[in-house]
Design a protein around this ligand. Structure first.
Ligand code: MN
Length: 248
């Protein structure tokens, strides 16, 4: 397959480099990724400033933009070929439950949703991973499956892999996204010149994390695979809110 590889940790991040090397054993890989860590960028697109893309000697292209900018640019003029699929990662840190709303890793995959195959976002659930190779092997397995049995092109597979050797993973589980409690308090402090600064707090603890959720799978040592959809419509509310229409 022709793979467009991106991430949100930056084009030199060890997770991306490990995945690139593994994917290259069987596929054609082009990296287009942010030139610095853009974790938490979600689906932001840079529209008020131009973007610059720097091609390194090894072919990696680094862009001074967000993960979404990278994939958007790659698919709409930067590359002279059309990839079959976008793979994003390997992220350092979990993207479980509502993390997916903030995740630049998931956003990069999402931006590739108009391609022929479903896109893959992959994360190692540890913030200081030691076993990126396990997650890379998981992606290779998934690509084999996708080639045999393509999913609709607007499907995003959000994959979270426990930080352990591949042989120690306790299997694969297809899951639904759980959710977290609200985030911890914002930290308020002062900069060296006495001005107030704020630091966004850590993500909240797991709330909806029972059997069947992504949280539960990784806590049990299994690879979690959650198929995501971009449609945010709350279909179950269409009729009820629809009844308002005549009275508004
Ligand atoms: Mn990240």
């Amino acid at each position: 397959m022709k793979i467009l590889l991106s991430n949100d940790d930056g084009c030199h991040a060890p997770g991306l480099v490990c995945l690139r090397e593994q994917l290259r054993t069987r596929h054609e890989v082009q990296v287009v990724a942010p030139d610095r860590n853009r974790s938490g960028a979600s689906n932001s697109l840079t529209v008020l400033n131009p973007l610059r893309a720097l091609r390194h000697d090894d072919g990696t292209i680094c862009v001074d933009g967000t993960p979404t900018d990278c994939v958007h640019l790659a698919l709409n003029g930067l590359l002279d070929f059309k990839p079959d699929i976008v793979v994003s990662g390997i992220n350092a840190g979990a993207n479980l439950g509502d993390d997916t709303l903030y995740s630049g890793t998931v956003a990069a995959a999402m931006e590739g949703r108009h391609l022929g195959y479903s896109a893959i976002a992959v994360s190692n659930v540890s913030h200081s991973p030691e076993h990126y190779e396990a997650a890379a092997r998981v992606v290779l397995r998934l690509l084999e499956q996708i080639e045999r049995d393509p999913l609709p092109g607007d499907t995003i597979l959000n994959v979270n892999v426990p930080d352990r050797p591949f042989e120690a993973l306790q299997g694969f589980e297809v899951t639904r996204a759980g959710n977290r409690h609200r985030a911890e308090e914002v930290l308020k402090s002062r900069d060296p010149r006495g001005r107030t600064i704020y630091w966004i707090g850590a993500a909240g603890a797991e709330a909806d994390c029972g059997p069947g959720t992504d949280f539960n799978a990784v806590a049990s040592g299994r690879v979690s695979i959650t198929p995501l959809l971009v449609d945010l419509t709350r279909h179950s509310m269409l009729e009820r809110v629809g009844r308002w229409a005549s009275t508004l």
